[in-house]
Write a protein that binds this ligand. Structure first.
Ligand code: NAP
Length: 330
């Protein structure tokens, strides 16, 4: 939270843009200084709510704004490629909401553009930057759990059929996978360091996106992962990492600031870490981005772009197994 202050432009004044801006302003020195919308009225409404200096009625105007240091792309998945490329072409570094794009080919386009220009690009998988995940990272690096053998995580929210239209819409790359399952999948990838095999099964909505899926993975060293997601019910949203010497359990909701328990092989709780607050977790990714930008870095070691790309390839593979294709993705 002591990260240097930068000036943000927010692209798309939707639900997550509101939560993200509130977290940024509450807990960091950085500020949103410009908002861009397809509608000037919506941009001005957002600006009024958050004290943002400049409102733009188009994304092209936003990315051309000289008074911003970076762009937060907060549009639907289907638009991420176009909007991230727009910002990069205007010379602006980008923090792109998860899922980074709707498929791996689009992710590669954005990554190539950022690298060609030497501009910072980061996937806004906010969980990766949270303090309790740093605790998990250090436990893994220090070998506290012995050899890792299993990871479990789930993410279910009741979002269909009465939730946001975006989630039900194939043309906006809706569905549980890119919105919800990406959390357990990214978490398991981080824990295991990659997957040797991925097997998925699931169900589809009447609109043709995935309603939910169970994803079984095998890690590189005899580890298994059981990952679940649904947008038809609220599930515990808990996670665990088990090794030969003990396990870590993260209370639900594992993907936001929470408690991590270290449990031995006799089921005794040995230690625990409680996140300082459950609120404003979205600010950590923004703080990491500000640190990287100020240091002249072009990507994050906590979530490298090659890993973002690999995870998009895995999501493509899972979608192929489920039989979900988005219109217009080529
Ligand atoms: N990190 C998290 O916890 C979290 C939580 C929820 C969502 N997300 C991610 O954030 C992104 C946006 O989700 P959201 O729930 O905030 O969506 P949302 O509420 O629907 O907002 C999306 C915004 O994108 C803009 N937009 C641009 N092109 C659009 C199009 N073709 N159709 C609809 N809107 C369009 C709209 O603003 P204008 O039309 O005014 O320009 C809209 O306000 C997704 O990638 C999602 O996965 C992350």
């Amino acid at each position: 939270m002591d990260a240097p202050a930068i000036r943000w432009g927010v692209l798309g004044p939707g639900g997550i843009a509101r939560d993200w801006t509130a977290a940024l302003h509450a807990t960091t020195a950085s500020r949103v200084t410009a908002i861009g919308s397809r509608s000037l009225d919506r941009a001005q409404a957002f600006a009024a709510d958050f004290g943002v200096e400049r409102s733009h009625g188009s994304y092209a105007e936003l990315v051309a704004d000289d008074g911003i240091d970076a762009v937060y792309v907060a549009s639907p998945h289907s638009e991420h490629r176009e909007h991230a490329l727009l910002a990069l072409a205007a010379g602006k570094p980008v923090l792109v909401e998860k899922a980074f794009t709707r498929n791996a080919a689009e992710a590669a386009d954005v990554i190539d553009s950022a690298r060609e220009r030497g501009l910072l690009a980061v996937e806004a998988m906010w969980t990766r930057f949270l303090p309790h995940i740093d605790v998990v990272r250090r436990c893994l690096e220090d070998g506290v759990l012995g050899d890792i053998r299993a990871v479990e995580a789930d993410h279910g929210q009741l979002l269909y059929p009465d939730g946001p239209r975006r989630l039900a819409a194939p043309e906006l790359a809706g569905g549980a996978l890119l919105d919800l399952a990406i959390y357990p999948i990214s978490f398991a990838y981080f824990v295991l360091g990659g997957f040797a095999a991925v097997q998925a099964t699931g169900t589809l909505t009447e609109t043709g996106v995935d309603a939910g899926e169970t994803v079984a993975v095998v890690g590189p060293r005899d580890a298994i992962g059981t990952l679940g997601s649904t947008m038809l019910a609220k599930t515990p949203c808990a996670a665990s990492v088990s090794g030969t010497a003990g396990r870590l359990e993260i209370d639900g909701w594992f993907y936001q600031p929470n408690t991590v328990r270290l449990i031995d092989t006799d089921d005794r709780e040995l230690d625990r870490y409680d996140s300082p607050s459950r609120e404003h977790g979205l600010a950590y990714e923004a703080a990491e981005f500000a640190r990287l930008l100020t240091a002249g870095k072009s990507e994050s070691d906590l979530l490298p772009l090659d890993e973002t790309l690999r995870i998009m390839q895995i999501l493509d593979d899972i979608r192929a197994q489920l039989g979900v294709a988005f219109p217009g993705e080529g």
